[in-house]
Design a protein around this ligand. Structure first.
Ligand SMILES: [Ca+2]
Ligand SMILES: [Ca+2]
Ligand SMILES: [Ca+2]
Length: 294
């Protein structure tokens, strides 16, 4: 099923990869993160201290979801911190956050933490010039990088990835390409329910802006969406994506549309002209069709 949440210069590959991912690869998607190897950061390293000696960021955990906290303050000052931990690799799939008790989290289960937040602080050492950075998160996140290295996080040094509501794994804003150097960094993340994933990601890739001309106008692509949403009788007729806690296909399609337009530099205009809801499984070319109980 199409549960991937990806962006044009970035894709998170989970164990089942799907046609959306393949489409993006064909279009020049730069793959950056493969959570199985828990590696998402390229051309940069993280340290807890200004002397760049201890790898990782210091995670200050909060035993509730702070999605409604719009104030962009330092949670170590304004919130009750339930535990701290040095996280050496800021790349978490739902099941790889560790033991909740280590950082005072009580929501959810060991395999799927719920209703918690974390603020990471430390230093980002850019080792390869031109890297751009973003967060990819389920649910929301925001990140400051002290781009001008003046020791303070100004408003323009804040990137926000859909703060304040539930979201599937997504990426929005990216930094400019950063010169080699060390930058103070702060990341805040919250999880409501369902999957909880977070990646700090990097890439040098940027789309080339499209300049339309008389002989080469912007192309409209008219799309019919065939939305296979089989309902599962043994699960109270809930839809497959609800049973498995995957992303809502409607939101995925919206994000995919926006990403396609962005990654072509505006050369195409995706127009969804028809949406068909199909309570069935797709028929594969070799004739296979899954049944609900499979
Ligand atoms: Ca969760
Ligand atoms: Ca600054
Ligand atoms: Ca979630």
């Amino acid at each position: 099923m199409h549960d991937q949440r990806t962006s044009s210069w970035f894709a998170v590959l989970r164990p089942n990869t799907h046609s959306i991912i393949l489409t993006r690869i064909l279009l020049g998607t730069v793959l950056l993160a493969v959570p199985a190897q828990a590696q998402s950061l390229f051309g940069a390293r993280l340290f807890t201290d200004a002397t760049l000696t201890t790898p990782g960021l210091v995670g200050s955990y909060v035993n509730r979801s702070l999605e409604s906290v719009t104030a962009t303050d330092d949670w170590r000052v304004t919130q009750v911190i339930s535990g701290t931990r040095i996280d050496t690799n800021i790349a978490f799939t739902t099941g790889t956050w560790g033991r909740r008790a280590d950082v005072g989290i009580t929501g959810g289960s060991e395999a799927n933490w719920d209703y918690f937040s974390v603020q990471w602080d430390g230093y980002l050492q850019v080792t390869q010039a031109g890297q751009r950075f973003a967060t990819a998160s389920d649910d929301g996140s925001r990140m400051w990088i002290d781009l001008d290295q003046n020791g303070a996080f100004e408003p323009e040094e804040l990137l926000i990835n859909c703060w304040g509501r539930a979201q599937g794994l997504s990426i929005r804003e990216r930094t400019v390409g950063l010169p080699v150097g060390a930058y103070p960094i702060r990341i805040q993340y919250y999880e409501l329910g369902g999957a909880n994933e977070f990646y700090l990601v990097s890439s040098t890739w940027m789309p080339r802006p499209f300049v339309p001309s008389a002989g080469n106008p912007r192309q409209a692509i008219r799309v019919i969406v065939l939305n296979f949403e089989p309902r599962i009788p043994s699960e109270g007729n809930r839809r497959l994506w609800e049973v498995f806690g995957w992303n809502d296909p409607r939101r995925l399609v919206q994000q995919f549309e926006a990403d396609l337009e962005w990654m072509t530099g505006g050369a195409i205009d995706v127009q969804i002209v028809e949406w068909r809801e199909l309570d069935e499984f797709p028929l594969f070319t070799e004739g296979l069709r899954y049944t609900p109980e499979q």
